[in-house]
Design a protein around this ligand. Sequence first.
Ligand code: DAH
Length: 340
Amino acid sequence: MEGKIKELRAQIEELAGKVAQIDELKDVRFKYLSKNGAIPALMKQLGSLSKEERPAAGKIINEFKVWATELFDKKEEELGKKALEMRYIKEAVDVTMPSKKSKAGHLHPVTLVRNELIDAFTGMGFTVFEGPEIEDDFHNFTALNVSADHPARDKQDTFYINDDLLLRTHTSPGQVRAMETMKPPFKIVSPGRVFRCDDDGTHAPMFHQMEGLVIDKNLSLCDLQGLLDTLAKTVFDKDTKTRFRPSFFPFTEPSVEVDVTCCECHGAGCSLCKGTGWIEILGGGVVNRNVIKNCGLDPDEWTGLAFGTGLDRIAMLKYGVNNIHLLYDGDVRILSQFRK
Ligand code: DAH
């Protein structure tokens, strides 16, 4: 019996010394200590010993079992510690390392300009009124006093869907729809996409405008000047000056084109303003009596002021973009420069 125990002890010491993983250790432990393992097997052999020999042999086997159990426990603790240390090393996080910067998106320059204008006008009591992008001939042309033979109706300028429907060529039909549906007096701005068969460095087939309309009593061109002055100072800077030049639009009478002092040279003259010190940014005027009548209001009772401006053009001037297509090619290297 003692010889056998000596042999088993040597085996256990050797195996336990070699194992590097807790799982392997468990296998070894199972081999010697489980119900059918080598040490309980020794116990079973006690029966074959004489009565006198049994107590001493039982004691030796028991001591051997305790020794083996303690050895496995100690070894298990050691391996557990080692495994944990390895995990600490492997999964270590260097909290001093700079983090990966996630790139936040931002608004498109045209959206920035649109939002600035909406902010300025809603601050003056205007509401935002959006019209549809697919319009009919009446709202896009006829109601706006655009004669049947006006060149703007030409198939070369307008995307027609059928004889009556078209992609709106300006945001002015928003005026008509506002007058048809809102109770005067009111003040609206109507921003949105517009479409024309036009494509070069400063024109794209899709671009953006913002229309303004005020319907009230006894309005005059002087009231418009105050509004547009605010517009110019909002999008450019507070020292920007405006000037009116006489013009013609079928929907306004009198009509004006509005220039602002050049945002680049502030009036001194440069290549952007072609040496004049002024840049045209919008058209407007007193709403033509015919338009007021066409929209179902009494022109003897109500007067109107209207203006329309190109948001892309303003964005290009403001941010120094010389080709409108740069705004729409979706190149983040360009667009990310206009983060606010
Ligand atoms: N609709 C004109 C255009 O697309 C811009 C415009 C001019 C709008 C005068 C107006 C206005 O409301 O009064 O060029």
